[in-house]
Design a protein around this ligand. Structure first.
Ligand code: EPU
Length: 453
């Protein structure tokens, strides 16, 4: 098993390039299944979740050529060989459930999808997906099997456009409804849709493929069903989570990092909160430069939200920044019910963080009366100490690496698998920025390694 060995009191400086977005590329691969024509993607991130999705598509019948060095991937699915997704993909990530939306328009066979997984950060139900697909005429059921359950779906009578009103602007449910409606007969209207930049990237891809899709200002997406398919070339938008993560790591370590490819338009709410904290940034022609410009100021009230709000996936490294900011701050997580579990490790490292079940701050969210610990109070300005850490999920993983970089002493971090799912070449990128970090195969460093730390 691999462990990350991180030396504390580090400082990051230099230039790093943000990769293509995980949460766009994985969906674009699924969307390519709607068409028998070739699709070529550029700026493809070489990460675990893309690898899993490539394997899923190959299973279904896609022919794929992926040049990982160049970040170019060609995919073509002339025919759907099978719509039974094997159990080995069960729990891998959130992507398999989206295959229902894409495959309903491509096959009249039954579609069988094993239980979806993803990070353990809350209930992560798929009820909105199922309801949306049913609105379009699909039959979708969850069946308990011998070992594990699976979703069974079909549209033997075809799909027909309809009005879908999502109870919450769920990213995945919007994508599933969008994919299915492209091949449905007539017009579909998705109200209260998610409008994250990765969804807009998916819409751009679908339009290039032949779909007729429009996005209104009031979270309404309209799709006119079509059978048209064209070859597509598409450059994946850059990863705003990775970009912000490096930016926050630069500021936490009192360094200076230019994140090439960081897209200003997609990071507005993040940059506002960074400025409120006293973190420095300058938007450049080819990216955003992040730098320390004096002590960080607490007294922040942060509320995560759907786009254009502050992303829930920025919350964990931002909380690490708050542990170093002078003053008391409040974070209210409104997207997931259980996304503060990772703070226990930060507390063991020396942070002063208290969880609350109440909605602390401006708005009453849907978790307000449900007894979930979804708010925290952070008393900042506490030194952190390195320790042995186990990563529970992807974004918590980056927050731990960041905490380990600013801690006194050294840390050993287990769970590199999570980071590999979403951060391309993370160790090499951090080493290039001057971090003393390396992968080792033993949790107990030999005396020589200890002295080298
Ligand atoms: N929800 C439901 N029912 C549903 C769908 C969602 O109750 O049918 C709830 C979820 O339980 C959650 C909230 O709605 O509390 C938001 O879920 P959403 O569907 O928006 O999230 P997702 O599609 O499962 C994607 C990203 C997440 C990111 C969220 C929010 C991917 C593969 N994952 O998840 O990214 O946090 O949107 O922006 O796109 C990550 O990259 O580390 C990550 C977790």
């Amino acid at each position: 098993m691999n462990f990350l060995k991180v030396e504390g009191n580090g400082q990051l400086s230099g230039t790093v390039k943000a990769a293509g977005a995980k949460n766009a590329m994985t969906k674009l691969l699924v969307a390519s299944l709607l068409s028998p024509k070739k699709c070529i993607f550029y700026n493809v991130p070489n990460i675990g979740d893309v690898e899993i999705t490539v394997n899923l598509c190959s299973e279904i019948g896609s022919k794929i050529a992926w040049d990982k060095e160049k970040g170019v991937l060609e995919i073509q699915t002339k025919e759907i060989k099978t719509s039974y997704i094997p159990q080995r993909f069960s729990g891998a990530n959130r992507i398999p459930i989206l295959l229902i939306g894409a495959l309903l328009g491509r096959t009249e066979e039954d579609i069988i999808i094993p239980t979806v997984g993803g990070d353990d950060i809350g209930k992560r139900s798929v009820d909105f997906h199922v309801e949306a697909l049913r609105k379009l005429g699909a039959v979708v059921e969850y069946r308990e099997m011998k070992k594990e359950g699976a979703y069974l779906a079909h549209a033997h009578n075809g799909l027909s456009g309809n009005i879908i009103h999502l109870p919450f602007p769920s990213v995945g449910a919007t994508e599933n409804a969008l994919l299915a409606s492209v091949r449905a007969k007539g017009c579909t209207v998705i109200k209260n849709a998610a409008t994250e930049p990765e969804i807009v990237d998916l819409i751009l891809f679908l339009q290039k493929m032949g779909a007729i899709v429009s996005l209104d200002v009031d979270r309404t997406i309209r799709i006119e069903g079509t059978k048209e398919s064209q070859e597509v070339e598409h450059t994946v938008l850059s990863d705003r989570i990775e970009a912000a993560s490096f930016g926050m790591a630069a500021i936490a370590t009192e360094g200076n990092v230019l994140v090439e490819g960081a897209e200003h338009l997609h990071m507005i709410s993040f940059l506002n909160k960074l400025r409120a904290l006293g973190g420095g940034f300058a938007v450049k022609q080819n990216g955003i430069e992040f730098f320390h410009q004096g002590p960080l100021r607490g007294g922040i009230h942060l509320e995560t939200d759907v786009h254009p709000g502050f992303m829930t996936d920025w919350q964990q490294p931002y909380t690490v920044l708050l542990t170093q900011a002078l003053g008391t701050s409040v974070v209210h997580e409104t997207v997931y019910d259980n996304r503060f579990g990772y703070t226990n490790v930060l507390k063991e490292m020396g942070a002063d963080i208290e969880p609350f079940t109440q909605c602390l701050g401006g708005k009453r969210c849907r978790y307000g009366l449900l007894n979930y610990q979804h708010s925290i109070v952070v008393k900042g300005g506490t030194p952190l100490e390195g320790k042995e850490i186990t990563i529970p999920d992807l974004r918590a993983g980056f927050a731990y690496v960041m905490a380990a970089l600013i801690a006194s002493g050294n840390s050993m971090i287990e769970g590199m698998y999570f980071l590999d799912r979403g951060y391309e070449n993370l160790v090499a990128k951090l080493q290039n920025l001057g971090a003393k970090i390396e992968l080792v195969s033993s949790p107990n460093p030999t005396p020589e390694i200890v002295s080298a730390l």
